[in-house]
Unconditional design. Structure first.
Length: 521
């Protein structure tokens, strides 16, 4: 119910499970006035953005998030933020799968080409550090009470929304709708022949060359009104031909699948895994790193790969193995969508991948990308490389990857000195791993009340001397006590992760079929 809201669009949602937790009853939410909430610190989870860059997600305190979402989920257009500005907002969500609506990109891409036949150019402009610079007083909240429902998620900060959850996305889109309205008014007032739309903080302006400077000026002035500014480094211009040459991924997928089908029928290549070589060949023609990632990862999420390729009829040759390893190294996320399918291959021998995974996992632990560490961990666990995983326990704490640390705690893979080190990390920022520290350390469980107060209660609770506010402590104490006594994990066991990903992909395929049916009608 809440998993896909709590971590929206990000693959970490497949590993965290908050739906099975015990929460205060929904009827109790009305009695939890905003003034009873306290500031809570999110924990950081870093994901690979492009190349060596990374984006830091801040994953909020679970109880604070649920209470805050329950308060706002009755807002207009909460489930469909695109309705706030249907003429201009490209972003469409599917909360059932926790991502953006399937097919919406292709729909807008087709629309882009139609506009580029009419106008000279497309100018793409971006808002600099948008989420981090949204002031909550610009969001139209009704006073300090409502403001607190958002600021409590980010340790009281009023400047910036934390990225990664649906509640932040909803308010960001609400804010963008106001910015869009101001831009629209300015374009009409200046009588500029221009059409525009936007996906999150990326704005697409279709115009003629003589109006470019005026449009950029309008964009800058409107942003300044909201204490925002344009990201100069991400501004770019396209015409029909350059745009067509850049967006070739959908054509590549169609050619790849056609090539695989042809090879399957040929007498000399009936059992060869042609798709691996084809992915490498076509990815090499994509100069943009992000496009390569989308192309490679997208293939492994297709219905063709997941359901139509009968991998039991194929066998892995030596060159298949090293080519597949290269693809995994380039885009580790594909492990989520291919490991279970690889096990279906005729006479599949996982040991041939052992050296690759052992080395790549150790290398991933040295880098700041928590998502890639988790992908390798999942792949190795699924292929049975448990000794290799356990052998890396000494380096896990240094990663700061609280989800990975929680898995190692659940398996009992830490040495006594590691547990001592973890027990010394009692700052509030470590609440996610500390929940599992208590769950899997008998001495902490035996003194549950004291352990929760030391490791899990938000520190701001104890900065108030007002007796009327003691129920703040009780709120969190009851929540954690109930769930720890019932031995509720915040992470899925790895077998459940595999099933969760399968369920997610099947839902995607259902939406795809429905979309194509509607399109054909």
């Amino acid at each position: 119910m809440y998993n896909y809201y709590y971590n929206f669009k990000n693959t970490v949602r497949h590993f965290i499970d908050i739906d099975s937790l015990y929460y205060p009853s929904q009827s109790m939410d009305n009695s939890i006035a905003a003034k009873k909430l306290t500031w809570t610190k999110p924990f950081k989870y870093m994901i690979n953005k492009e190349g060596d860059g990374f984006r830091t997600l801040k994953i909020p305190n679970i109880l604070s998030y649920i209470i805050s979402q329950r308060h706002f989920e009755s807002c207009d257009n909460f489930e469909n933020p695109n309705l706030m500005d249907m003429d201009h907002k490209r972003l469409e969500v599917m909360t059932l799968t926790g991502e953006f609506k399937i097919g919406s990109f292709d729909k807008w891409l087709e629309s882009d080409f139609e506009k580029l036949c009419v106008y000279d150019v497309l100018i793409k402009l971006d808002i600099k550090e948008f989420y981090g610079r949204i002031y909550t007083h610009y969001l139209g909240l009704t006073g300090d009470a409502e403001d607190r429902y958002l600021t409590t998620l980010n340790n009281g900060a009023t400047n910036g929304l934390i990225m990664g959850n649906y509640l932040s996305l909803f308010f960001a889109e609400k804010h963008l709708a106001k910015i869009s309205e101001d831009i629209k008014k300015q374009i009409i007032e200046k009588n500029i022949n221009c059409e525009y739309n936007y996906f999150s903080d990326d704005f697409y302006f279709f115009c003629n060359r003589g109006d470019k400077n005026e449009i950029v000026s309008i964009f800058d002035k409107v942003l300044d009104k909201y204490d925002l500014e344009r990201n100069i480094d991400k501004s770019n211009e396209w015409d029909y031909l350059s745009y067509n040459n850049y967006y070739v991924i959908s054509r590549f997928w169609k050619k790849l699948i056609a090539k695989c089908n042809t090879a399957r029928k040929a007498e000399d290549t009936p059992n060869k895994l042609v798709f691996i070589n084809q992915l490498l060949y076509r990815a090499s023609r994509l100069k943009d790193h992000r496009q390569k990632k989308v192309f490679i990862c997208g293939f492994f999420k297709t219905k063709y790969f997941r359901q139509k390729l009968e991998l039991r009829k194929y066998s892995l040759r030596e060159y298949d193995i090293h080519q597949l390893c290269f693809l995994i190294r380039e885009v580790p996320e594909i492990l989520l969508y291919c490991v279970d399918k690889l096990r279906e291959i005729d006479k599949f021998d996982a040991t041939k991948f052992k050296k690759f995974f052992a080395i790549r996992y150790k290398e991933a632990l040295k880098k700041p990308f928590h998502d890639e560490q988790l992908y390798y961990f999942y792949g190795m666990y699924s292929l049975g490389f448990l000794d290799e995983l356990q052998g890396c326990s000494e380096g896990i704490i240094k990663t700061g990857n609280q989800i990975l640390i929680s898995y190692y705690l659940s398996f009992g893979w830490f040495k006594e000195e590691d547990i001592i080190s973890l027990k010394n990390m009692d700052e509030e920022d470590y609440w996610f791993q500390n929940y599992h520290l208590i769950l899997y350390c008998e001495d902490l469980r035996n003194n549950l009340d004291a352990s929760i107060k030391k490791y899990l209660i938000p520190k701001k609770v104890y900065e108030y001397n007002n007796p009327e506010l003691t129920d703040r402590e009780a709120l969190f104490l009851d929540f954690y006590t109930n769930n720890l006594i019932q031995q509720k994990n915040l992470i899925r066991d790895v077998d459940s992760v595999e099933q969760e990903i399968r369920n997610y992909l099947e839902l995607r395929f259902e939406f795809e079929e429905k979309m194509y049916e509607e399109k054909s009608v």
